[in-house]
Design a protein around this ligand. Sequence first.
Ligand code: 5GP
Length: 110
Amino acid sequence: MTLFEKIIQRQIPANIVWEDEDTLAFRDISPQAPTHILVVPRKPLPKLADATEADTELLGRLLLTANKVAAQEGLSDYRVVVNNGEGAGQSVFHLHLHVLGGRDLRWPPG
Ligand code: 5GP
């Protein structure tokens, strides 16, 4: 079981800021911006590339949860990032969206 599944199942603590039937959002333990929240599906999908047509609605819900947590944080400008695979920086293999904001964000990211 991944770390994020343990957070979803309340086996390890996290600062949860949003929860609904399909998604959960909690603060990143090592924030890279004043707001750094992770949005995850309850369904354990290892990475974005594993999503199929059957996940179409779930992927939309994840983005809508990202919008909701950004609004909760009072952010109008923010970045949503998905690292897909180790080479792209993914370290936890349970799909997650990073929602980053609260400071100027440069482009392109490293
Ligand atoms: P990735 O590198 O897979 O895109 O993102 C994983 C994220 O999970 C990292 O930003 C990391 O700081 C965060 N993280 C790792 N362990 C924990 C933890 O135990 N709790 C929380 N809230 N975040 C974690």
